[in-house]
Design a protein around this ligand. Structure first.
Ligand code: FAD
Ligand code: NAP
Length: 337
């Protein structure tokens, strides 16, 4: 097991926040993960399992162990008449998996193209985009319990997936290291084109041209026009979740704000948080090296490579102004450390 003390995390988080880890352990094999867990327990160090660093905000140096999951491997482990079951190691890059699955003619990941980060983190917030969520292609995951190092399997039900949420963000937070994810992918394409921006992009295509490969390219094109590439402009994607309010609160808000962007949900109505932030006047705002993205106000960027504290101070002002204007509390999406 390799352990690097006082290791810089500046290039390991997509917000490019300058920070250090007291101990940094890169792990490519399960035995290394187990050894690292044992050491962290002995030393009583807090633990930060790290993937691509695209959904975290570091508010200072991390006074414990950053365990960087870098295991690789994608293998078909089973199939039936309709599906292939694919076991993927936590350290695989998500978008590379999407591309590989398309090459293999394993369908179902096309709408999730170009989401940054690694496979091991995908179940943590049930990643989703363009009308599809991970849970729709998820079979089970394999994990190690942090306290005991024991291997455990979680079914889809056990993960308690919700909108950008799972049991690993709630009740079982910090309790497991995800080592592998098993996906159930389709042998026949089942295109999902209902998301408005994707629907519009497909409108000029014939049925023959509409392939999963094409859909993934269109999703990637749409994303590139709207979202900042973290390699160019540091960011962590959507900084806030879209809030879900009661139908009554939605009706009241819509009376006051007829342009309100909202989508009915099984329980309540989902409001587009980006629209709320924009109405509160923040789009394009910049201060102390941190900015509210001008093409999507839901994204905070960090071109000045400022500290996590500066980013959070701006986030708090945004939350307060949205409360003042709409009476709606926005929740932060990335994990704050
Ligand atoms: P990290 O940031 O490394 O970790 C996130 C959290 O998961 C941390 O708490 C970490 O400790 C924990 N974790 C990571 N790996 C493991 C593991 N193996 N076991 C246990 N815990 C672990 N998200 C979406 O849902 N949809 C999108 O469309 C989307 N678009 C984005 C666009 C941009 C430009 C950016 C920067 C982010 C976007 N995100 C999106 C957010 C982010 O990409 C996802 O949440 C992604 O799954 C995070 O993966 P990661 O490997 O970078 O996780
Ligand atoms: P957008 O298309 O401008 O839409 C704004 C918001 O409206 C989205 O957040 C989306 O919710 C919601 N929405 C739009 N059409 C909808 C529909 N028909 N039904 C239900 N909800 C609808 O969003 P965008 O910022 O460009 O992002 C495009 C997609 O990529 C979205 O799915 C978004 O979640 C995802 N994305 C996520 C992150 C992240 O960090 N989490 C970052 C970038 C993009 P949903 O978010 O629920 O889809």
């Amino acid at each position: 097991m390799l352990l690097l003390p006082d290791h810089s995390l500046a290039t390991l988080n997509t917000l490019a926040v300058p920070a250090q880890a007291r101990a940094y352990v890169p792990a490519t094999r399960t035995e290394q993960v187990v050894a690292a867990l044992t050491l962290a327990q002995e030393k009583r160090w807090p633990l930060l399992p790290l993937g691509g660093g695209s959904n975290i905000v570091l508010t200072g140096d991390f006074a414990g162990m950053v365990l960087h999951l870098q295991s690789k491997g994608i293998e078909k482990v089973d199939e039936d008449s309709r599906h292939v079951y694919v076991r993927v190691a936590a350290g695989e890059n998500w978008h590379q998996l999407v591309e590989y699955s398309l090459q293999q003619h394993w369908w179902g990941l096309e709408n999730l193209a170009l989401i940054p980060g690694n496979v091991g983190a995908a179940p943590i917030q049930n990643i989703g985009a363009y009308g599809v969520e991970l849970e729709e292609v998820f079979e089970e995951l394999q994990a190690l319990e942090v306290n005991s190092g024991l291997a455990v399997t979680f079914s889809r039900e056990a993960c308690e997936f919700r909108y950008r949420d799972s049991v690993f963000k709630g009740r079982l937070r910090d309790r497991y290291i995800i080592t592998h994810v098993i996906l159930r992918l389709n042998k026949q394409p089942e295109l999902r084109l209902e998301y408005p921006a994707l629907h519009a992009a497909c409108a000029h295509l014939s049925q023959r041209e509409l392939t999963p490969q094409k859909v993934s390219e269109l999703v990637a094109d749409i994303r590139r026009t709207k979202l900042p590439d973290p390699a160019q402009i540091p960011n962590a994607g959507s900084f806030f979740k879209n809030p879900v309010v009661s139908v009554q609160q939605f009706n009241e808000l819509q009376q006051a704000f007829p342009g309100l962007v909202a989508y009915p949900q099984p329980r309540g109505v989902k409001l587009a948080a980006g629209w709320l932030i924009e109405q509160a006047g923040w789009r394009g705002f910049t201060e102390q090296g941190v900015a509210v993205h001008d093409r999507q106000a839901l994204v905070l960027t960090n071109p000045g490579r400022s500290s996590g504290k500066v980013i959070l101070a701006l986030a708090e002002r945004i939350v307060q102004s949205v409360v003042d204007l709409f009476g709606v509390v926005l929740e932060t999406e990335p994990r704050i450390y």
